[in-house]
Each structure stands twice: as C-alpha cells, then as structure tokens.
Write a protein of this length. Structure first.
Length: 316
C-alpha cells in the first residue's frame, strides 16, 4: 500500500507541472493588460510601464513563469493586485463557502441518487424504472443556473420558505448556515444526482444477474438484504468513482450558482478577479481547484482497497 501511495504521489508531479504551464500561458496570452485595467483608461503610457515594472510584467514570460513556480514551491501563491493581500489569504477566506456548498450538494445528490438507482435496477423494465430514468434524464438536461432561478422564484419569493441570496458563516449557527445553502445545493446536487442514479442502476443491473445473487435468494434471504448487502456492496466501485468525480465537478462548477445566490466562494472570487485582470488570484484559484480535483481522485483510488478487498492496490 505504501509503495502504491508513493507511486501515485510521484505521478502527480508531471501532472501538476503541465497544469502550471497551461494556467500560466492561458492567463498571460489573454488580451487585456492588468496594469492598464488597474490604473484606468486615463492612465498614461509611462504610468502603465512603471506599474508593469513594479509587478514584473515586462520581463520575459519564461522568467515570470519560473519566478511564479519558485514562489509556489515556497508556499507563496503571489500577491493580489486588486485586493492588496496575499493570494493564499484571499483563497482561504473564500474556500469555506464553496466547500460547504459542494458537500451539501453532494449529500443531496447521494440521498436522491442511491435509492432511486437501486429501485430502478430492481424494477427494471417497469413503469417505476422508466419514470425514474425519465426524471434523471430531465435532471441532467436542466442547467443548474436555470433550476436555481426557478427555486429562487418559487421557494424564495412565492413561498418565502428560504432566503433567495446571501450567506451566513457556520459560526452563526448550523441552521443559519444551511438555510442559505439549501437552494443552491439543490441546484447543483440535482444534476449530479441524475448522473449517479444512472450509474447506480447500470452497476446494479450487472450484479443482479450474477450467480451469487441467485444463491443468496435461494437461501431465503430478504430482498432488502440481497440488494444492499450483496448486490450494492459489489456494485459500489463504479459508483464510488462517479461520486469522487462529481464532487470535483461541484467544487469547480459552482461559479455560476455562487454568483446567482451571491455566495462569497471561490466562484465569486475568480469572476471578480477576471473582471479586474488580477492574474495572480486567477492562477492561484485554478491551481488550488486542480490540486483538490487530483487529490480527490487519489483518495478514491485508495478507497478501492477498503471498499472491495478483491482490489489489491500494491499488486503489479
């Protein structure tokens, strides 16, 4: 196991290296000079040149890249031009709402998807199966921002059950924290629930036709025990993979939903930074999100051996 973990960690080095190059080049070849945006349209060429000199933006691009990577290795993500604070501090202030929203959306997705997927597989070919698959297909088709707007209109404005926008920290109480995240959590979680439902159904169908399921039923075990203990447990590996991938998507894809519901997370941070051409913040946020996504995939791989003992991670 230790050898496998070490191998996987070492394999992340070239991945992150390529990611840093891609992030840096995309940001720096995008039209729009940061110095000109910061100083405004009335700034003179001399003032823009002086700010470029101060920020190091007039140096060769390869030199800027190696300086940035060198600072990354020291734990320094750079300095925000617009917020006048370290990028790491800005990310730390905004990552909490994003993670809270992603975790709640994932919980909502699992609460809906796992039972629906199991029921659809068990009732294969019936009206229940077709209905659940139809609902899941509709959930995948509706954009999260559109569903969010509909929830704001119906639940927030018409019924006034929940606030339509804003955010409260967890330190102000669990309910005060959750009531601002329920609507955006449903908006994000519904799409992921649809995907996980279809994967659960597909994975369960492959298992339900195997001989050991027929043996379990012939022993007189209840259908609930057969489905949950024998079938679902052995069908869980593909589902686990999708769960890990969807959580990464929730973290990276909450930009629009956070903007609609005015949640001060990473989505709002990166949108404001793009508008201000604050390239240091953009680079830092994209890099952190990438590391989170890659780390989640590593955790999912390590969980395989615990979920299914037949998987030996240290086997060649």
């Amino acid at each position: 196991m230790l050898a496998y973990i070490t191998k996987r960690l070492l394999s992340l080095i070239p991945v992150l290296f390529v990611v840093t190059i891609a992030i840096f080049l995309i940001i720096h070849i995008t039209p729009g000079a940061p110095a000109a945006v910061i100083l405004g349209i009335e700034a003179s060429e001399a003032e823009i040149e002086a700010l470029n000199e101060e920020l190091g933006l007039n140096r060769p691009i390869y030199e800027q890249y190696f300086n940035w990577v060198g600072n990354l290795l020291k734990g320094d993500l750079g300095q925000s031009i617009s917020m006048h604070q370290p990028v790491g501090q800005a990310i730390a202030e905004h990552i909490g709402p994003t993670l809270s929203l992603a975790i709640l959306a994932q919980i909502i997705a699992l609460i809906l998807a796992i039972p629906f997927g199991i029921i659809a597989a068990y009732k294969r070919g019936t009206a229940v199966d077709y209905s659940l698959m139809g609902v899941s297909l509709l959930g995948m088709a509706i954009p999260s921002f559109l569903l969010g707007l509909l929830l704001m209109l119906v639940v927030g404005v018409k019924l006034q059950w929940l606030p339509v926008a804003g955010y409260e920290s967890l330190s102000n109480g669990l309910w005060a924290h959750l009531q601002y995240l329920i609507l955006p959590g449903i908006s994000l979680g519904t799409i992921q629930a649809a995907l996980i439902t279809r994967m659960t159904r597909s994975s369960m169908l492959e298992v339900l036709n195997l001989n050991y399921i027929k043996t379990a039923r012939s022993r007189g075990l209840s259908e609930t025990r057969v489905l949950l203990k024998h079938a679902f447990r052995n069908a869980f590996l593909p589902i686990l993979t999708v769960i890990g991938q969807t959580f990464g998507v929730l973290v990276t894809g909450a930009v629009v939903v956070e903007s609609i519901f005015n949640i001060p997370g990473l989505g709002q941070l990166i949108l404001n930074s793009i508008a201000r051409r604050d390239f240091a913040v953009i680079q830092g946020v994209v890099l952190i999100v990438t590391v989170i996504y890659v780390g989640l995939n590593l955790i999912i791989d390590l969980l395989y051996g615990f979920v299914d003992p037949r998987v030996r991670l240290d086997r060649k």
